[in-house]
Design a protein around this ligand. Structure first.
Ligand code: R5P
Length: 290
């Protein structure tokens, strides 16, 4: 097996290759003055099973385009089997028409990836599992929540309450609770589709004097997590932590969450970030080796 760590997932890709004891084939990017680029594999891929690791966070357009160029070229270079490992799938939140005649971006991205002739698609905590149903090839949606919860357990946190800041993501809190015990719950969040502003319904959570971890798939502006933490603090929660699979952490997200009363933000290496991370390498390696 060969692993190609894509330009956006150099470190994670190399870790996965190391755990799989697989050969690494580097990909070189040559950027032209107008911003276009050429990609070149520095090794032979013909007749090989190839795993490409490329996340698609900001800059999404470039990372997606480079993913597509790599996948398509590998098939053209006669790779035997191509697996796309895309820890964070960009545009996955636009998985339906929320407002009138919108483009359903998640479906378009799936069509483009599939058109490159891949044999398998692996991702982590995709925003909606329904998006994966659009693929005709086998897919895996791995979850970073168990490794995140294990990280907190390993730090000695006991009897911790797990909270999802959005009812639609209650499965994340349930999953964390299976590791942490201590119960779980969720909040009801509504987002204004025009302004992007969120409203979280006040709810009594019985967290007085307790430690709580807020689990979400994505932290982008930090608004959702910070609002949940403020509510927890106002109800007397003791220590509150923020955890997510995909730490986009745009703008002043970190300050916003810390100022809301969080002890710490913990993410994964699905995206480059400056908070504490739990690596996805063991999770992805295990799936690839299965
Ligand atoms: C949305 O439904 C996601 O699950 C996250 O809750 C959302 O992306 C977080 O966004 P933000 O950090 O900007 O509030």
């Amino acid at each position: 097996m060969i692993v190609v760590p894509g330009p956006a997932s150099q470190s994670l890709g190399k870790k996965i290759a190391e755990s799989l004891e697989a050969q690494v084939v580097p990909v070189k990017v040559k950027t032209f003055p107008d911003g276009e680029y050429a990609l070149r594999f520095e090794g032979d891929v013909a007749d090989e099973e190839v795993v490409v690791v490329q996340t698609t966070g900001p800059p999404q357009d470039t990372n997606l385009m480079q993913l597509l160029l790599m996948l398509d070229a590998l098939k053209d270079l006669r790779a035997k089997k191509v697996t796309a490992v895309v820890p964070y799938l960009a545009f996955a939140r636009q998985d339906k028409r929320f407002l009138g005649s919108e483009a359903v971006s998640a479906e378009t991205i799936v069509k483009l990836i599939e058109a490159c002739g891949i044999d398998r698609f692996v991702t982590v905590n995709i925003h909606s599992e329904n998006t994966l149903k659009k693929f005709s090839v086998p897919t895996d949606n791995l979850s970073a929540i168990t490794p995140l919860a294990e990280y907190f357990k390993g730090r000695g946190l006991k009897d911790v309450f797990s909270l999802s800041p959005d009812k639609g993501a209650v499965g994340l809190a349930e999953e964390a609770d299976r590791v942490l015990g201590g119960g779980h719950g969720w909040l009801q969040k509504e987002r204004d589709r025009y302004t992007g502003e969120i409203q979280v319904e006040e709810k009594c959570l019985n967290v007085k004097g307790r430690d709580v971890i807020v689990f979400d798939d994505i932290i982008s502006t930090g608004g959702t997590t910070a609002t949940a933490i403020e509510m927890l603090k106002s109800q007397g929660a003791q220590r509150v932590y923020a955890a997510c699979a995909h730490p986009l952490l745009i703008g002043d997200a970190i300050n916003k969450i810390v100022n809301s009363g969080a002890e710490e933000i913990v993410g994964t290496d699905s995206l480059p970030n400056s908070v504490r991370t739990v690596s996805l390498a063991p999770l992805i390696t295990e799936a690839l080796a299965r």
